[in-house]
Design a protein around this ligand. Structure first.
Ligand code: GLN
Length: 204
C-alpha cells in the first residue's frame, strides 16, 4: 500500500520520522529529500517533520522543494505534516515570521501558541469517535514541542483529534496535519488512522 515514503530532511527530527514510518509501513522504502530531485516519481507519501517552520520554509523555497511538494499534493500523494510541517501546510499562519504557508489544508495556525521551548509537554490527545475505531484506542499521548495551535478549520477539514478544546490532528483529502510529534511516542495510533484513511481512499 504505502511503498515509497519521502521524509523531508532539511531540518528537524526527520530521522525519528523515517524510523517510525518504516517500522509501521512494513516493506516500505524511505527516501530523504532536501531538494526537489530527491523525490522519486514513485513517492506515495511525503512527511514534513517538526523543526523550525521558518527555516524549512526558506530553504525549501531556495531549491524549489516547496513547489515540488505542492505539485505532489495536487497529484494525490499523501502529505503528512507534523508541528512545523503542520504550520507549512496551513492556509494561513496568524504570526508567520519568515514562514510562508503552502495553503494545502484549510486551517489557520498560531505558532508557538503554548509558549516557549520550556513549555513543551506531554498531553492527552482524544480521537473523534469514528476515527478511534481505526486507532484501536480513544486516546493517545501527544508530544507537544513549542507547538502551534490550530485556531480555525475550514468546512472541508476533518478534525481527527483534539486536545484541551483545540483541534490537533486534521485532514483535508490527502493532506494530514498534526501539531504534535507522533514519531516520538511509543504507540502507532496516529499511523493506524492514516493507514485506515488511505485504505478508504484507495479501495483495493
Ligand atoms: N515552533 C516551531 C515553528 O514555529 C515548531 C516547533 C516544532 O516543530 N516542534 O516552526
Amino acid at each position: 500500500m504505502v511503498k515509497n515514503i519521502v521524509v523531508v530532511a532539511i531540518q528537524g527530527d526527520y530521522a525519528s520520522h523515517a524510523e517510525k514510518a518504516h517500522e509501521f509501513f512494513s516493506g516500505s522504502s524511505v527516501f530523504f529529500a532536501i531538494k526537489p530531485e530527491d523525490i522519486p516519481s514513485s513517492a506515495d507519501m511525503i512527511i514534513l517533520p517538526g523543526g523550525e517552520s521558518s527555516a524549512i520554509s526558506l530553504i525549501s523555497k531556495l531549491s524549489g522543494l516547496d513547489k515540488k511538494i505542492i505539485s505532489e499534493a495536487e497529484k494525490g500523494t499523501f502529505i503528512i505534516g507534523t508541528c512545523a510541517g503542520c504550520i507549512l501546510l496551513s492556509k494561513k499562519i496568524a504570526n508567520p515570521g519568515k514562514a510562508e504557508p503552502w495553503k494545502l489544508i484549510d486551517i489557520t495556525v498560531e505558532r508557538n501558541a503554548y509558549g516557549r521551548q520550556i513549555d513543551s509537554s506531554f498531553k492527552t490527545v482524544t480521537f473523534s469517535e469514528s476515527r478511534s475505531k481505526l486507532a484501536g484506542s480513544k486516546k493517545c499521548e501527544g508530544v507537544f514541542i513549542r507547538a502551534p495551535k490550530i485556531t480555525q478549520t475550514g468546512k472541508d477539514t476533518e478534525v481527527i483529534a483534539d486536545c484541551q478544546g483545540s483541534p490537533v490532528f486534521v485532514r483535508q483529502k490527502n493532506i494530514f496535519a498534526m501539531t504534535f510529534h507522533p514519531e516520538l511516542s511509543e504507540g502507532f495510533e496516529v499511523y493506524k488512522i492514516i493507514e485506515g484513511i488511505i485504505r478508504e481512499r484507495q479501495p483495493s
